[in-house]
Design a protein around this ligand. Structure first.
Ligand code: GAL
Length: 633
């Protein structure tokens, strides 16, 4: 597998006479891919039906002639202003009933049939024109589905589509009433067109109603993407990609990914640390210019699963961004480190965002590889260095993990609908588990909830998983390693009701949860060994051996066979101890690492990345802050 670098480029932002120089400078820097087009609808179609693509033809020709491969984006994330006159009700509506208007981007509702037709139309125009273009070597559908909170829309179009979706799913309102338990508070419906969206209710809506709306909203994204995918596939053999984001769980990325060839994601480590992580100030200060040491790797592994093995970074932070509460510059070396870490996790390409800083509009304070005056910005030299290094190590092998960690989007929705305690965040519990595994120097595969084969793994974990799929249940029944399931796992039906028999109903484990409790963030429960339980504790009835107890005597880790139940949310100390013990017992080799150091092995190489501020040592080598080390295995 060859690895390559690329960049995001906006020819429509610059006079045409600089395009050729830009293309040759990209090649000089060692770049292979260039993504264009994804926000250019108003230039492609300035007035309804007036298709103007000569500029795009010329731009693709110039980039291609220079030797670059083009990723062409469909422009549907930015419908032009005239579209709003044509379809005045195409806008998404927020939970409070406010229309989300024109003047930025992503101002469409996924359920609006008029806009869906416009999306198919422009996609078909592009697919027909460029489907056989030798320089268009990949396609991107839309841009960052769900960005700016745009998956959920409470519009009339969404309500109509939701009613249709419910009618297809339940066939009768009697079945729906039964499934949701609408007898409670006299919420029964006689007709599907009586069912509203679960916003603006007096107090909380029925959780089954709210979860159904989340599933529906995800399906709308899938359907929107599928329409574009099918159209492009009819005209082009080039692979289809979407660029997902960090810590966005509003739609099921596995479902979207099923219609595409490659997953990609947009990695902004410094922005995410400040904007999307709940770690305390000390952690944020320690990693302010490097990013969280595990957040990027988590998403690399997640999107490798979403892409069924094939994945890219479509946008890589190149310097300060503009959108986080504070926007520091990366430490020298980080733009190189982030790229290498992606390659070590199997990325086929890493594209920096963006080629040249824009001097105008919303992102004028966002760095690029070049400054807005066309002079190099610091990341250009780092990108060029990675490009040179890639010629020395073009194939760094594929993934080879012995630990699997289940990640499921519906679980994230379910616990947002029914948190039962402010601390219970699904992404967070999975991510903390991932971080603890990484601190032991382990390589991890993220597994989808319908994973049917666990034979590659010695250890599998599924914290907070809403419901076990039949596939996963069968795979667990046949599993020879150790699976740690819980807390709060298999605790609800797909409808968000309590199942019978009572949870967790796991194969090969005699265990019933009798009740669950949540507690204040400042009232952690100490364990008999080191560490504490936070946020959540399932109380259980069991005859199975208990390996961990709280100081008060509550069972916490239950079972000593292949299936074990974890009844509480372990803090870092407890998680480290419990995982270390299981790894020792299962003869899984661990390599506990210093603070900011992280390790990643492929089948051919071992890599080490130093996110810390101090020099770290690995395999007898000093690795400076922001440094990367690799060696053949
Ligand atoms: C991404 C987006 C880009 C740009 C970038 C800025 O979320 O896809 O278009 O806005 O962020 O960091």
């Amino acid at each position: 597998m060859t690895r390559a670098l690329g960049v995001c480029y906006y020819p429509e932002h610059w006079p045409e006479d600089v395009w050729e120089q830009d293309a040759s400078d990209m090649v000089k820097a060692g770049l292979t891919w260039v993504r264009i087009g994804e926000f250019a609808w108003a230039r492609m179609e300035p007035t309804p039906g007036d298709i103007q693509l000569d500029w795009l033809d010329r731009s693709i020709a110039i980039l291609g002639k220079a030797g670059l491969k083009v990723v062409l984006g469909t422009p549907t994330a930015t419908p032009p202003r005239w579209m709003a006159d044509k379809h005045p009700d195409m806008f998404a509506v927020d939970e409070n009933g406010h229309v989300r208007g024109f003047g930025s981007r992503r101002h469409y509702c996924f359920s609006h049939q008029g806009f869906r037709a416009e999306s198919r139309r422009i996609t078909e125009i592009l697919a027909k024109r460029y489907g056989n273009n030798p320089h268009v070597a990949a396609w991107q559908t839309d841009n960052e589905y769900g960005c700016h909170d745009t998956t959920l829309s409470y519009s009339d179009a969404a309500k109509d589509a939701f009613q249709d979706w419910l009618a297809q799913k339940y066939q009768s309102t009697a079945a729906l009433n039964r499934a949701w338990g609408n007898v409670f508070w006299s919420m029964d419906y006689d007709e599907f067109d009586q069912i509203g969206l679960p916003n603006l209710t007096v107090t909380e809506p029925n959780p089954s109603h709210a979860l159904a709306f989340r599933r529906f909203s995800s399906d709308q994204v899938v359907a929107f993407n599928r329409e574009q995918a099918q159209i492009i596939k009819a005209h082009s053999d080039a692979p289809l990609i979407h660029n997902y984001m960090g810590r966005i769980t509003d739609f099921d990325h596995y479902d979207v990914g099923a219609d595409l060839d490659i997953a990609s994601w947009d990695s902004y480590p410094l922005g995410f640390l400040e904007d999307r992580m709940e770690d305390g100030d000390a952690h944020k200060r320690a990693y302010a210019q490097q990013g969280d040491p595990d957040l990027q790797a988590f998403h690399h592994d997640l999107y490798r699963a979403v892409g069924k093995g094939r994945w890219w970074i479509m946008e890589q932070q190149p310097g300060p961004v503009n959108w986080a509460p504070v926007n520091p510059a990366p430490l020298p070396g980080m733009c190189r480190l982030w790229a290498w870490e992606a390659f070590a996790h199997g990325a086929e390409a890493v594209c920096y965002f963006r080629w040249r800083q824009a001097p105008f509009a919303q992102e004028q304070m966002h760095a690029g590889l070049l400054r807005s005056d066309r002079e190099p910005a610091p990341a250009l030299a780092e990108a060029a260095q990675v490009a040179r290094e890639l010629t020395q190590i073009p194939d760094c092998g594929t993934t080879n993990a012995s630990v699997g960690l289940v990640f499921d989007y519906a679980s994230a929705w379910a616990w947002e609908v029914q948190p039962q305690g402010t601390g219970f965040d699904y992404f967070r519990i999975v991510f903390e588990t991932y971080r603890a595994l990484r601190k032991l120097g382990l390589d991890i595969d993220i597994l989808p909830p319908n994973c049917a084969d666990l034979t590659a793994y010695k250890l599998v974990l599924a914290p907070g998983l809403l419901a076990l799929s039949d596939d996963l249940k069968n795979a667990l029944t046949a599993f020879n390693g150790v699976a740690v399931i819980g807390p709060r796992a298999n605790s609800k039906t797909e409808e968000l009701t309590i199942p019978t028999p009572l949870p967790p109903n796991l194969p090969k484990l005699d265990l019933t949860i009798t009740r669950s409790e949540t507690f204040r963030a400042d009232m952690d429960r100490p364990l008999q060994g080191s560490g504490h339980i936070r946020h959540w504790l399932d109380h259980v009835d069991t005859n199975a051996p208990v390996l961990e107890h709280t100081k008060a005597g509550d069972p916490v880790l239950i079972g000593n066979g292949p299936i074990r139940y974890l009844a509480g949310w372990l803090d870092e100390t407890a998680l480290d101890r419990v995982l270390t013990n299981i790894c020792a017992e299962q003869q899984i080799e661990t390599t506990p690492v210093q603070d900011g150091l992280r390790i990643r092995r492929t089948d051919t190489h071992v890599f080490a990345f130093n996110y810390g501020l101090e020099t770290a040592t690995f395999q007898g080598q000093d690795i400076p802050s922001a440094g990367v080390y690799w060696a053949p295995k």
